[in-house]
Design a protein. Structure first.
Length: 143
């Protein structure tokens, strides 16, 4: 069932990849959902639109407080349908400054901004740390 014990009151579940899916290497990257009391974090690897659809079909409810955006915020992930299901309060894009892939991409940024989630980009704020008691969240950034 993909469950991972991470400590007292903390559970994790590997949601992806699915045995039913035979896509490319990026779409087979691991997706992990971590839950601590009222706070949940969805950690996406490099999945794109097709794998997002499979993830939704296989898992249904994946609403999460914090979303680590896939593919460094490329235009080929984080679809509107996916964001509607996740409904994140925070979205984190890990991308280097002036990276060669041009990430994060405008289309992904617009989709994320339309959700009202607080967007945190490592190319702008540096490292991002979330601290929680399982109810309240404190966000710290390097810059």
């Amino acid at each position: 069932d993909g469950k991972v014990y991470l400590g007292r009151d903390v559970t994790g579940r590997i949601l992806w990849p699915s045995d039913k899916y035979a896509g490319g290497a990026d779409d087979l990257s691991t997706v992990l959902r971590v839950v601590y009391k009222d706070v949940s974090i969805l950690l996406l690897g490099d999945i794109g639109f097709e794998a997002e659809g499979g993830l939704l079909a296989d898992n249904g409810e994946i609403r999460s407080t914090i979303l680590k955006v896939a593919r460094h915020g490329s235009g080929y992930s984080t679809s509107n349908e996916f964001l509607q299901c996740v409904q994140p309060e925070y979205a984190v894009i890990s991308a280097g400054i002036n990276n060669s892939c041009g990430c994060p991409a405008g289309p992904a940024l617009r989709r994320i901004n339309a959700t009202g989630a607080q967007l945190l980009r490592t190319d702008r704020v540096g490292a991002v740390v979330f601290k929680t008691d399982g109810h309240k969240i404190i966000v710290e950034t390097a810059k």
